[in-house]
Design a protein around this ligand. Structure first.
Ligand code: RFL
Length: 396
């Protein structure tokens, strides 16, 4: 292993967290290297999130990172809920914080952030895997890298940022005893579908059905994200295009509300709705951000937003430490982020219980499904519930 290079901040992962962090550090003239296991083309095409909260848009705007999303993002301010009760709409943009969400596909944001990072003189190593980390509780953390042509080298820095998502290497560096990872599988699995089809409705639509949940979310004028609740362990390849559209039609009750605008399925994959939170989100000179710090189920569309705002908090703390020798932000980083993380987890859990009831005819399952229905009716009828929903749905 050759010790090749030194920088100030080592960033593992070029998702929203690592790229926002890298851009903010470059704006403060701090040297950093982003190491990303995938190719540039891969991360610029990886379809995931689409909804950005006003707080995330503000972070991006204030830091010169919002040109693309301001030009192409679409305002979304209405959700619809369908079920045996009928359909009702909730105009969350007019309630609570009186703000709307911006729809801008995550892969476009990632492409914008990469271009800007390179413009700011950033160093990003695609196709390079971090295989290990060293000296995290000492003065000079380092990471072992394996480059695209199999070259192994070590990068050394003053601080390391683990922005490598839920299955990255960073989270495994927190020694047992120094940190705990709280995890939960929420008992629900989604088939996540990306279709080459225009949105079928204006609103984000959540359908509650005896056969399971179905969701509809616009991504652009030509691409739409759909979700279908499926049993855990389901093979996505068992879901042909025809089967997907058929099941979506049933659960979305197209007989009553009109047909879906169908098109070829571009991507299909399953997501087990789960959560994980690292407490604390730091160890020595390693700081976690984004999904590495805390994974949140996509039920409330908070993951990318938490990644952006935690990266902003970490960037400010690292900038104070590196430019003014002020360590307070770094010492308090985890305490600053955790309340926001647990708040988002709580709302996301509330959403899971709003959208899914347990299967089965036993007394417990039936009771919980009746509670689910009551929760939906409260949302339809009670202003206080609508305000709670609106404030949490658009907030981070
Ligand atoms: P990412 O985006 O996963 O990026 C981590 C990067 O680290 C790289 N990596 C490594 N690189 C080098 N060496 C290693 N050893 C490495 N190990 C990993 C990976 O290749 C990757 O590029 O994490 P980050 O930056 O924390 O961002 C998190 C978000 O991507 C995530 O929370 C959201 O996509 C979640 N999410 C949604 N969030 C929202 O806010 N709104 C949404 O509407 C929304 N919809 C979704 C979603 C996630 C989904 N899936 C696929 C789980 C919809 C779906 C279907």
């Amino acid at each position: 292993m050759v010790l090749t290079e030194k920088t100030q901040v080592l960033i593992v992962g070029a998702g929203p967290a690592g790229l926002v962090l890298g851009n903010l550090l470059r704006a403060a003239d701090i040297a950093c290297v982003i190491v990303e296991r995938q190719s540039r083309a891969h991360v610029e095409q990886r379809g995931r999130a689409g909804f950005l909260a006003p707080a995330s848009v503000r972070v991006l705007e204030e830091n010169g990172l919002a040109k693309g999303l301001l030009a192409a993002g679409q305002r979304h301010d209405t959700c619809a809920f369908r079920g045996e009760h009928g359909q009702f709409e909730l105009h969350y943009g007019e309630r609570g914080q009186r703000e709307a969400l911006t729809v801008y596909p995550q892969q476009l944001l990632v492409a914008d952030l990469i271009a800007e990072f390179l413009d700011r003189g950033g160093d990003i190593r695609f196709g390079t895997v971090v295989t290990g980390m060293h000296d995290l509780d000492g003065g000079a953390p380092s990471v072992d890298c394996l480059g695209p042509d199999g070259e192994a080298y070590r990068l050394c820095g003053e601080y390391a940022a683990g922005c490598d998502g839920q299955r990255g290497v960073s989270v495994r560096q927190l020694p047992a005893g120094a940190a705990q990872r709280f995890r939960r599988y929420h008992g629900v699995t989604w088939l996540a579908v990306l279709a080459q089809a225009p949105p079928s409705m204006e609103a984000v639509t959540y359908a509650v059905h005896d056969r399971g949940f179905a969701g509809h979310m616009a991504r652009s004028t030509t691409v739409t994200r759909y979700y279908l609740q499926v049993p855990r362990g389901e093979d996505p390849e068992d879901w042909s295009d025809a089967r997907i559209w058929d099941e979506l039609g049933t659960r979305m009750r197209t007989g009553e509300y009109g047909a879906l605008r169908e098109g070829p399925v571009l991507e299909r994959g399953t997501v087990d709705l789960g959560s994980a939170v690292s407490v604390p989100m730091q160890y020595g000179r390693l700081f976690l951000a984004g999904d590495a710090a805390g994974l949140i189920s996509p039920s409330a569309a908070k993951g990318a937003n938490l990644a952006i705002v935690t990266a902003r908090t970490l960037a400010a703390a690292l900038t104070d430490a590196l430019t003014a020798d002020d360590q307070r932000g770094l010492v308090g980083y985890s305490d600053a982020c955790l309340p926001r993380m647990w708040h988002a987890q709580e709302f996301s859990h509330w959403m899971i219980n709003l959208l899914h009831g347990p299967a089965g005819d036993d007394e417990d399952a039936v009771f919980l499904r009746l509670l689910q229905r009551a929760r939906l009716m409260s949302l339809r009828d009670l202003r206080s519930h609508q305000d709670y929903f609106a404030e949490n749905y658009v907030g981070v």
